[in-house]
Design a protein around this ligand. Structure first.
Ligand code: SF4
Length: 251
């Protein structure tokens, strides 16, 4: 599918999202938030759900969490214009509560279709609800800053997924700010590894692959261009740790 066809397909999904009444979140939304970005990207960022500002504007990550995401992208010399940004649920949960399982299930086909259209090399999960789709059974305190093959059921069977805390987590818990920026430094390396795996193996390999990227492994690639493939780091040496965002609101 060429870029113009991808954009048309994304626009069509967005129009369906805007009219969707498949779960009760449609009752309280101001605007649905399908997502935005370039159809030419190799990298998709998936958050949890729209907040107050996103609901008002119909755009993802435009409040304080959005400013944090912009800063994270800028730290690796990327911008939101070079990636695609969306959420697990496309309508704001009232009072910024967690999305409920039935709402996530109802909305899941939209994200699946977006991923099928974009066919990203890398999916960056922002927060535990996004992580749960691509890292079933994992705890974000254990897997943040690591990548692995996406769950084939996620909609991105040929992608690597890279787990990060939600940018809003740093707004509620300042100690996570450094963690977020450190994990972000591993994203370009994860993209390089994803390109390497896609070029070497057209079909997804069986079984999980999990690793942590060495941020010093090499030059940072653009998410919309083909940079040379470079080596990445070793398996995650960390053991279990608590999940400091388990009780945090989304925004
Ligand atoms: S959250 Fe998703 S499933 Fe629910 S109404 Fe919005 S678009 Fe439809």
């Amino acid at each position: 599918m060429i870029e113009v066809e991808r954009q048309a397909a994304l626009d069509a999904i967005g129009a369906e999202v805007a009219a969707c009444t498949n779960c009760r979140l449609h009752v309280t939304r101001t605007n649905a938030v399908p997502g935005e970005g370039t159809a030419a990207t190799e990298v998709v960022f998936v958050g949890e759900g729209p907040g107050f500002n996103e609901d008002r504007q119909g755009k993802p990550f435009v409040g304080q969490a959005g400013a944090k995401l912009d800063a994270l992208l800028a730290s690796v010399l990327w911008s939101r214009q070079e990636v695609f940004i969306t959420n697990v649920v496309k309508c704001r949960p009232p009072e910024n509560r967690d999305p409920e399982p039935a709402e996530i299930t109802a909305c899941a086909p939209f994200l699946t279709r977006q991923l099928e259209v974009l066919d990203p090399a890398l999916v960056v999960t922002l927060g535990r609800f996004s992580m749960a789709r691509f890292y079933p059974g994992a705890r974000i305190g254990q897997v943040h800053g690591t990548f692995r093959l996406a769950d084939p059921e996620s909609g991105a069977p040929n992608a690597l997924t890279y787990a990060m805390y939600h940018p809003a987590a740093a707004l509620h818990q300042g100690s996570l700010n450094e963690t977020l920026f450190r994990d972000m430094q591993g994203v370009p390396g994860a993209l390089l590894e994803a390109r390497k795996q896609r070029s070497a193996a057209p079909e997804p390999a069986p079984g999980p692959v999990e690793a942590r990227v060495d941020p010093a492994a090499g030059a940072e690639p653009s998410p919309t261009s083909d940079a040379p493939i470079q080596a990445v780091g070793e398996l995650d040496p960390e053991g279990a740790e608590s999940d400091p965002t388990d009780q945090l609101p989304l925004f």
